[in-house]
Design a protein around this ligand. Structure first.
Ligand code: ZN
Length: 364
């Protein structure tokens, strides 16, 4: 292990990243040291970088990370499945960690919502252990993290989005109760929407209707399981709902998934649902996403509404199994369409923010 390693440091919103070196030390009990092989820029990293949400500085951003175990601290013996871990194994891990008991974990089965939960890419870099984010050469996996061994069959590009986008969509599609023969509408075709369409098909959906206002996103969705696409550009909520109900070929969609981040999508989505339909909000990640809806519709149509934020560790295992099983069916590898070095993080963030690339990968 080298004595120091490099990291691209986020000093302040919208300021250039500064590459710095920090000391590496042996993994403490419960920790594991990983040599990062790839990390990707998530939309939430961009929100942090642009100052839309609070994040401590200086910080190593990035939570979608894969790498090779370099050193395992005492007590780190097995992954989430119970398989033995050793140095040299390629791994992914939950984007969050929480050590010790918490009622949210123990009683509610939501460790992702435990008080005091921390996430990779959200800690100060100038204090030990320094390396707790993705845009660096190394990362210390912390106690209370779910580690998952990766099979050789997956490329880094297929594996890196697992612990954020794919695992989240496992949780979302589970919450939407998608089952055999369902008609599912997906609002928003960024990375989450594309995985959502593909996972909905894998769960047995008979028809996935994909909605966006950007032509090439609609086109791409067809390769990820969308049976029908609808350009919602210029359509009001009522017209969107009407057109989805027509396409659903029945009373309406069984489930609608919001991953577009626009509050106005909620009213449109309610209108798309059949009686007793299920709506999942997963894209309204920023506060003050005010929604105006007719509450009577919820009652009259007996709607089920769920919010999903992050995921349970089981969803990471399911995400991996889903991508392994479907990697020849859907072009997951191509979703990571930009590659940059650590010294090029400014350009990577700029191009990701401008959506010149769908997923920018950093290869330290
Ligand atoms: Zn993310």
């Amino acid at each position: 292990m080298p004595k120091t390693a490099r990291a691209a440091i986020y000093e302040a919103p919208n300021e250039p990243f500064i590459v710095k070196e920090y000391p590496l030390r042996a993994a403490a009990p419960g920790e594991a040291l990983v040599r990062i092989t790839m990390s990707t820029i998530c939309r939430s990293d961009i929100h942090s970088y642009q100052g839309h949400r609070p994040n401590p500085c200086p910080c190593i951003l990035g939570h979608e990370i894969v790498g090779v175990l370099e050193e395992l601290g005492d007590g780190v013996d097995t992954d989430l499945r119970g398989d033995a871990l050793k140095s040299g194994d390629r791994v992914t891990w939950t984007e969050y960690f929480h050590d010790g008991p918490a009622p949210e974990s123990d009683l509610l089965d939501m460790p992702q919502k435990a008080k005091g939960v921390r996430k990779y890419g959200h800690d100060r870099a100038d204090i030990d252990p320094h390396f707790l984010g993705g845009f660096a050469e190394y990362c210390y996996i912390q106690p209370g993290t779910g580690i998952l061994k990766l099979p050789d069959a997956l490329t880094d590009a297929e594996a890196t989005p697992l612990n954020c986008g794919v695992a989240t969509m496992m949780a979302v599609t589970e919450a939407a109760g998608i089952g055999m023969g369902d008609v599912v509408a997906v609002q928003g075709l960024g990375l989450l929407g594309l995985y959502g369409a593909a996972i909905a098909k894998a769960r047995g959906a008979a028809k996935v209707i994909a909605l966006d206002a950007v032509a090439d996103r609609l086109e791409r969705a067809k390769a990820f399981g969308a049976d029908d696409v609808l350009d919602i550009g210029g359509l009001d909520a009522g017209r969107q709902a009407e057109m989805v109900r027509e396409r659903a070929g029945r009373d309406g969609a069984d489930a609608v998934i919001e991953v577009c981040g626009h509050p106005s999508a909620v009213a449109a989505g309610f209108g798309m649902l059949r009686t007793g339909g299920r709506y999942v909000v997963a894209g309204l990640v920023n506060p003050n996403a005010m929604v105006e809806i007719d509450g009577n519709l919820i009652l009259r149509k007996c709607l089920n509404i769920t919010g999903v934020h992050n995921y349970h560790p089981r969803h990471l295992v399911q995400a991996l199994d889903f991508v392994v099983a479907n990697k020849d069916r859907y072009p997951f590898d191509g979703l990571v369409d930009g590659r940059y070095g650590l010294d090029d993080l400014d350009r990577a963030f700029a191009e990701a923010a401008e959506r010149k690339v769908l997923r920018a990968a950093i290869l330290p």
